[in-house]
Design a protein around this ligand. Structure first.
Ligand code: DX5
Ligand code: ZN
Length: 228
């Protein structure tokens, strides 16, 4: 069974002090750090690139901090080597952003990264079927990618359920609008990697929120509601 992992999204953190933000999220009990890369083409916003991942990596080893890099960029094949050189642990690209899916997957693996493919809310999950055997993770977006703080879209969860029923051991990540209020629906559908930006960074007690998100996944894994 895939393990529960909680990945706070640094997009909701203080970009002027990322070393501090990564450090405190690790202290609060997060498993991964989710890093949102936006190019102003695949999505309207422009955020950060590999140079910032490298700057964070200089303060934390690959074992200490797992950088789950979510590339909301066109032609991700152009960026595989730079993210590998920067020290990314996971290279997550969007299905919709390229036609060279296997090229991205193979090159990212060659360069020692784990690989994930993400789908936007309106992209059918079946597009992932031919790729899953080559992937370490799939990301089902539960908001339209591009910004934090949006409302969770539960209509995306049948896609999580579709994957979990077919691939019991696959890491399945959900991203967008996750909080202690919405996480149970995602966990029950079969998600085991939970991204949360606003819910963790704006919380009075982030440690408690991270624990609640984790407990939701662990509880669902005991009863396996997705199999019903
Ligand atoms: C949205 C990003 C998310 C975002 C999530 O495009 O991919 O990772 O930071 O933020 P919340 O949890 O606030 O919806
Ligand atoms: Zn993201």
């Amino acid at each position: 069974m895939s393990e529960a992992k909680i990945a706070p999204s640094l997009l909701s953190g203080d970009f002027s002090n990322l070393e501090h933000e990564v450090g405190r999220m690790l202290e609060y009990g997060s498993d991964w750090l989710h890093v949102d890369i936006m190019d102003s083409q695949f999505v309207p916003s422009l955020t950060i690139g590999p140079i910032v991942v490298k700057a964070m990596r200089n303060h934390f080893t690959k074992e200490k901090a797992f950088f789950d890099c979510h590339l909301m960029v066109m032609n991700p094949e152009k960026w595989v080597d730079e993210f590998a050189d920067a020290g990314a642990n996971m290279f997550c690209f969007h299905y919709e952003a390229t036609e060279k899916h296997m090229e991205v997957i193979n090159r990212a693996h060659e360069r020692g990264m784990l690989v994930s493919c993400a789908v936007k809310p309106n992209t059918p999950v079946e597009v992932l079927d031919p790729l899953v055997q080559h992937l370490d993770m799939a990301l089902i977006m539960t908001v339209e990618p591009g910004k934090g703080g949006q409302s969770f879209r539960s209509e995306c969860l049948p896609k999580v359920n579709y994957l979990r029923k077919r691939y019991p051991d696959l890491d399945i990540e959900v991203d967008g609008g996750l909080s202690p209020k919405t996480v149970d629906a995602a966990s029950d559908a079969g998600a085991n990697v939970i991204v949360a930006g606003t819910a963790v960074f704006k919380a009075e007690n982030p440690t408690q929120v991270i624990a609640e998100l984790r407990n939701s996944v662990l509880k669902a894994q005991e009863t396996k509601p997705w199999a019903k």
